[in-house]
Structure formats: C-alpha cells, structure tokens
Write a protein that binds this ligand. Structure first.
Ligand SMILES: C[S@@+](CC[C@H](N)C(=O)[O-])C[C@H]1O[C@@H](n2cnc3c(N)ncnc32)[C@H](O)[C@@H]1O
Length: 371
C-alpha cells in the first residue's frame, strides 16, 4: 500500500480518481498491468474472450480470410494485444497462408513487459510484426486494415463523479493518517462537459464514471486505419442512456477483479486487483462519426461469433452436430460454450463493428446471419 501513498503525497496529497486508476493499473513498477506475466487468463484474475478459448482466434481468422477474399492482403492491428494471444492464434490458424492473407501485423500494447513477451512468442512469425506502445506511434498505410481491440476501452482510467443538484462533484483520492480516503471536489471542466455532451443528468447521490480517453483514442485508431477499414471492438458496456440510468447502475459500473471475484472498492489492494469500468458505446460512435465510419452492428459476443461462422468452423474441424462424442469433441464444445454462454461472456460482452470505404459492404456481407 505504501507505494501508492508515497505517489499521491508526491503529487500534492490528492489525485483525481482517473489519475489514481492510471497509477494503480499502469505505474511502471507497481501497476497491475506492469508485471512480467499477464494477470488475466485461465490462471489469472479474469477471463477475456481471446484467453477463454482458442476458438475465438480461429473464428477471427475465418472472418479475416473471408474479408481477404474480397480485398486482398490485409493489415491486422491488434490494440491492447496483451500477451499476444490473438495475433499468435491467427498466425497459427492461418499457417502457410499467413504471408498471403496478411500484408503485416501491428501490435499496440502499453505494457513493455507484454511487448517483450510477444516478441519472444512471435519471433518466428511468417509476416512483418510491428510493435507500438501507443496508437499515436502507428504509421498509416493504404492496405485494407482490420482493427481488433478486446477489453481495451474498459481498461482505460475513468473519472468518477457523484450527482449533486443539477451538476456533479468529482471524486478524488487523498491520504489521511496513512490511509487512502475519498474526497469530493468541484468537477474539472472536461468531466462536467462529458455528462452534458451525453445529455446525462445524474440523480442526487448517483455515482458514475466518465471515460474521457475513449473517444479521442478511438478517433486516432480509426484515422490510423486509413480509408479501407474494419474495426472490431470487444468490451463490456452500454449506450449512455442505459449506462447512466440510476435504476440500473446507481453506484456506477466500476468494479475490481481478483481471482474471478468481483469487488466494488477500488481503494483496496491498489496494484493487486484489476479495475475496470463499462464502456459508453456512444463515445465510440461519436469517434466513428468524426472519422466518417459507419456502424455495422453492436452485437452480444455470441451473436457476433455466429455471424462470423463459429458453427461452420466447428463443422470444418469435424466437431459439428454429427461428430462422435469423444474427448476432443467434448473439450471443444465446452470451450465454445464458454464463449457463447448466454449467462456470461456470450451475452455480457459486446462487439461493436464499424467500417469505412469498401469495407462497409464487405463487412455487411461477411457478417450477415447464416441462412
Ligand atoms: C484487459 S487486458 C486485455 C488484453 C487482451 N486484449 C485480451 O483480451 O486478452 C487490457 C490490456 O490493455 C492494455 N492497454 C491499456 N491501455 C492501452 C493503450 N492506450 N494502448 C494499448 N494498450 C493498452 C493493457 O496494458 C492490457 O494489456
């Protein structure tokens, strides 16, 4: 605990909540995401779709190939690429077709340790892999581009506010008698403006989060993709109207995760637990509007995977409905069930699909529901 207290004291004794969240997740030594090993995945604190099952990357590969059939070689940009599960899964699934289907791969990952881990994991990649710490470092390209981002936006630091009469107060984290404490402060202008922009008036005492970084980051990402782009963003979230509805989330959406257990107090065990807040999909829609991209759909993960061909992928591996019930079939079906689970990931995780240029028609055709 003392490292965070030292940091806050060094910054004047108090920081706004987004500054606190940035420290506890991304401090170069003590941050949750700064360790040498990923803290998510089957052995970790929480599952993401790519770490839940290899079938996720297989279906993603199927989608890439179907797009490639209409565009030619693609540039794949994986943002928040983590331990590189998606990139290595796609390259493995493509096998000898990789250098044909992919013009190149860009892996954008904030954590230096994860970038190092990926360099080892992908040392023998049959295509050019370029690493970047930030979307701003990406070079533009005229290649048709597919962007993939799984649980990027819900891992961004958020400001936290409490509704007061016709306005909000902003929450800050201070230090008192060697303990972290909440403080209420007048809101910064950009925080107040966030709720005005989304037409949200919070009830007295209602807590909510403002993800100030999501829209600018998504705008930069879409712009870096160029004129022929398909963007696939996987995250937990709602549109503003639902996210800030006091009947659904009067306490906000900020959660902590440790060993698959959900918690609500972000001041406990700083740097040792994941902190995450739901995405406001309207932020990413506004970004698309600025960059002249079109929305193809916002679907629960299960529906997206069905549209992208998960049933056909299982058939192609001899694991469809007719398959013998041996150990391989049972294991594959269990993994697929985890991704499609209507009580879990399959409905809680959403996929926002946006496209630009000729990718609009292509995305609509490859993601139409199978007849
Ligand atoms: C919840 S993990 C998701 C990892 C992976 N995409 C998955 O689904 O398994 C979030 C990752 O986002 C990375 N990250 C956070 N902000 C980022 C940013 N602005 N640019 C690139 N990566 C970022 C973190 O370092 C972390 O590896």
């Amino acid at each position: 605990m003392s490292w965070i207290i030292d940091e806050i004291v060094a910054q004047g004794g108090e920081v706004f909540f987004d500054e606190y969240m940035n420290l506890v997740l991304y401090h170069p030594i003590h941050g949750y995401y700064s360790g040498d090993e990923p803290r998510y995945g089957r052995e970790g604190d929480f599952l993401t779709a790519p770490t839940a099952s290899e079938w996720y990357s297989r279906v993603m590969t199927r989608l890439l190939v179907r797009v490639f059939d209409q565009t030619g070689p693609l540039r794949l940009i994986d943002v928040a690429s983590g331990d590189g599960a998606v990139i290595s899964g796609v390259l493995e699934t493509l096998g000898p077709r990789a250098s044909n289907v992919l013009a190149g791969v860009v892996s954008v990952e904030r954590s230096p340790a994860m970038r190092r881990l990926q360099r080892d994991r992908l040392a023998a990649a049959p295509v050019d892999v370029h690493w970047a710490e930030d979307v701003a470092q990406m070079v533009s390209s005229s290649d048709p581009t597919v962007i993939h981002a799984s649980e990027l936006y819900d891992a961004l630091p958020v400001a936290r506010v409490v509704g007061v009469e016709k306005s909000v107060e902003e929450l800050a984290v201070g230090v008192q008698a060697g303990e972290l404490v909440w403080r209420r402060r007048p809101p910064r202008r950009e925080v107040e403006a966030y709720f005005v922009r989304h037409g949200v008036e919070l009830e007295e005492g209602q807590v909510a989060e403002a993800n100030l970084g999501a829209e600018p980051l998504h705008t930069r990402l879409l712009e870096a993709a160029g004129q022929r782009g398909l963007s696939l963003v996987l995250d937990y979230g709602y549109e503003a109207k639902r996210l800030f509805n006091p009947r659904g989330r009067r306490g906000g959406s900020l959660s902590t995760f440790r060993r698959h257990e959900l918690g609500r107090d972000p001041l406990i065990s700083p740097g040792e637990v994941d902190l995450t807040a739901h995405v406001n999909w309207d932020d990413l829609r506004d970004a698309a509007a600025h960059a002249a991209w079109r929305e193809i759909g916002l679907w629960p993960l299960a529906e997206f995977l069905v549209r992208a061909g998960i049933a056909e992928e299982l058939e192609d591996h001899g694991l469809g409905m007719e398959a013998d019930l041996d150990a391989t079939t049972i294991t594959a079906r269990q993994e697929v069930k985890r991704l499609l689970d209507p009580e879990g990931m399959g409905s809680d995780l959403k996929v926002l699909v946006q496209a630009k240029g000729d990718m609009v028609d292509i995305a609509q055709s490859v993601l139409s529901l199978p007849q």
